[in-house]
Ligand binder design. Structure first.
Ligand code: MRU
Length: 355
């Protein structure tokens, strides 16, 4: 049984600074970095010191609160102008995860809403960012509990990339479902795709689960088909960076291939994500912006060149899984099944009424 006290907190506000786990040092070292300049937070998002859709959203919120503290402005208009520049920098840091823009817009909403002097707005921004961190953990625990109910008592789960505590503030989405299933007394084994090129599955998912003694086996991405054919996988659970209104889901490159394989082998393919990952402004996944990262991530491993000099490589960081391949989307408000266009809209409307 995992000890809830041992679950990692990936981003936090400590003594007026932003603290985050340096994920580029894992699994060799668990180290934390403290940042007192908002530009360092934006750079940490770009360089993937912090990564995972909810984690970068919450980091940007904390970064904006930090940036606000440093602004010297005579009036609200001047303060807002400066905040807009900070907001634009955060939004541009990584394009695919909608959580980043969602968090930044929510922080700008505070700037617009709070009447009062600049000091009041700065305080309100910190309060809002901390509330977003709290909500993230709460959403993950809720979606984890909903997802765990879908699983049999003994289950073997394939996951891709890292959608764990390290990709959120804590607890995780796909791995939140894993944690909740373990807490419910189920017998869970995880297979983690290593997730080329950055190896989040091997470096982060495997490390994170090992910390809590949850059984995990790492496989090369190319092994998933064989494991499925041999009956070793009962279901797939992945996270999401952006879900379009019809359920099309952007997630780490390679997710789409896993979904096709799961469909072929008649294995349920689940997406676990908070509702903040749903982008109702996009009717389908066709216009989800896909981040292209530096080709060095492909050509080099741990700084050592593994590709021939001069070869052309591609490095899209995400792909889009068509909604037809998704058995259900597990959210904090429950498990959403097809037709996703209708059912996601209904949840969105209920949320709007509750807000
Ligand atoms: O490039 P990354 O490591 O930020 O990609 C992360 C993923 O694709 C995750 O699966 C996704 O953000 C969901 S995290 C709960």
């Amino acid at each position: 049984m995992p000890n809830p006290e041992k679950v990692l907190q990936t981003v936090a506000w400590k003594g007026g600074r932003v603290r985050m786990i340096d994920q580029t040092a894992l699994p060799e070292r668990l180290t934390y970095v403290d940042m007192s300049d908002w530009r360092d937070v934006a750079q940490a998002i770009r360089t993937m010191v912090v990564r995972g859709a909810p984690a970068i959203g919450c980091s940007a919120a904390l970064g904006m609160a930090l940036g606000a503290r440093g602004i010297i402005a005579e009036n609200k208009a001047a303060f807002r102008k400066r905040m807009e520049q900070i907001a634009d920098t955060f939004k541009a840091a990584r394009p695919t995860a909608v959580n980043l823009g969602w968090a930044v817009d929510r922080m700008m909403g505070v700037v617009d809403r709070v009447d009062g002097n600049v000091v009041d707005i700065k305080d309100a921004l910190i309060t809002e960012a901390l509330e977003m961190l709290r909500e993230d953990i709460e959403a993950n625990r809720a979606l984890g509990a909903h997802g765990a109910k879908l699983l049999p008592d003994s289950v073997s789960i394939l996951t891709h990339c890292n959608a764990g505590a390290l990709a959120t503030v804590s607890y995780g989405t796909a791995l939140g479902v894993v944690r909740a299933a373990v807490e419910a007394g189920k017998n869970v084994r995880v297979f983690a795709d290593e997730t080329r090129p950055r190896l989040q599955g091997m470096k982060l998912t495997a490390w994170e689960l090992l910390q809590e003694g949850i059984p995990v086996t790492v496989i090369a991405d190319s092994m998933a088909a064989t494991l499925m054919r041999d009956g070793k996988i009962d279901c797939v659970i992945v996270g999401a960076d952006r879900i379009a209104a019809n359920g099309d889901t952007a997630n780490k490159i390679g997710t789409y291939s896993v979904a096709v394989l799961a469909h072929h082998h008649k294995i349920p393919f689940y997406v676990a994500a908070p509702l903040s990952t749903v982008d109702m402004s996009l009717p389908t996944g066709a216009r989800i912006p896909i981040e292209e990262r530096e080709t060095v991530e492909m050509t080099h491993l741990e700084g050592i060149r593994i590709a021939p000099e001069g070869v052309t490589v591609l490095n899209p960081a995400f792909d889009v899984t068509p909604h037809e391949l998704i058995a259900a989307i597990i959210t904090e408000r429950g498990v959403i099944e097809a037709p996703f266009a209708k059912n996601l809209a209904a949840v969105g409307e209920r949320e709007a009424v509750l807000a």
